[in-house]
Design a protein around this ligand. Structure first.
Ligand SMILES: [Zn+2]
Ligand SMILES: [Zn+2]
Length: 172
């Protein structure tokens, strides 16, 4: 520190003097490219990696010797059969997980969504909401009657719509 501004590269977790030349040299460096690729591969999902690797031709050097001097920066694919199988399994699991998540979202809206819907329906006046709630609870079944089917209609609470059409009576 104290030697002027330092540039910290998040991919390489390395800092160096912040000037155009050293920055450019670093960004062009093989080590940096490698770390950057590694970073993006770790955040990519299996489907993306599989698609990218499948679009490349196999690296002959890597296939024959198990080594390639280009490493992760090689433009040919270093994916082995086993890695491919594992990726395909992972893609299947990710797709299934995504599908389950979507199904779940369709079934139960989140609390935020529910509140937003409710806010749209009822007027913003807080008092009217409270009134509505207390009015409704007057016509609730006592808990010991809940779960009993085939109750006579006279015992059942009236539906809330029953009061909507009532006009205030005028007494002469
Ligand atoms: Zn770097
Ligand atoms: Zn290679």
């Amino acid at each position: 520190m104290g030697k002027g501004k330092q540039y910290f590269c998040e991919y390489c977790e390395k800092s160096f003097a912040d000037n155009p030349t050293s920055r450019r040299n670093h960004l062009r460096g093989l080590q940096h490219q490698r770390m950057k690729n590694l970073h993006y591969e770790s955040v990519q999902d299996a489907a993306t990696i599989l698609a990218v690797e499948s679009s490349k031709n196999a690296c002959h050097m890597f296939q024959q010797s198990g080594h390639c001097k280009f490493g992760i920066t090689c433009k040919y694919s270093h994916m082995t059969r086993q890695q491919r199988n594992e990726l395909e399994k992972q893609v299947g699991a990710e797709t299934e997980a995504r599908r389950q998540r979507q199904l779940k979202n369709q079934r139960e809206p989140s609390l935020d969504e529910w509140l937003a819907k409710r806010a749209k329906k009822s007027p913003s006046d807080d008092r009217s909401v409270t009134d509505e709630t207390s009015q409704r609870s007057m016509y609730c079944l006592p808990s010991w009657l809940e779960g009993i089917t085939n109750l006579p209609p006279s015992v059942l609470p009236p539906p809330p719509e029953a009061f909507q059409d009532l006009q205030p009576l005028e007494w002469g």
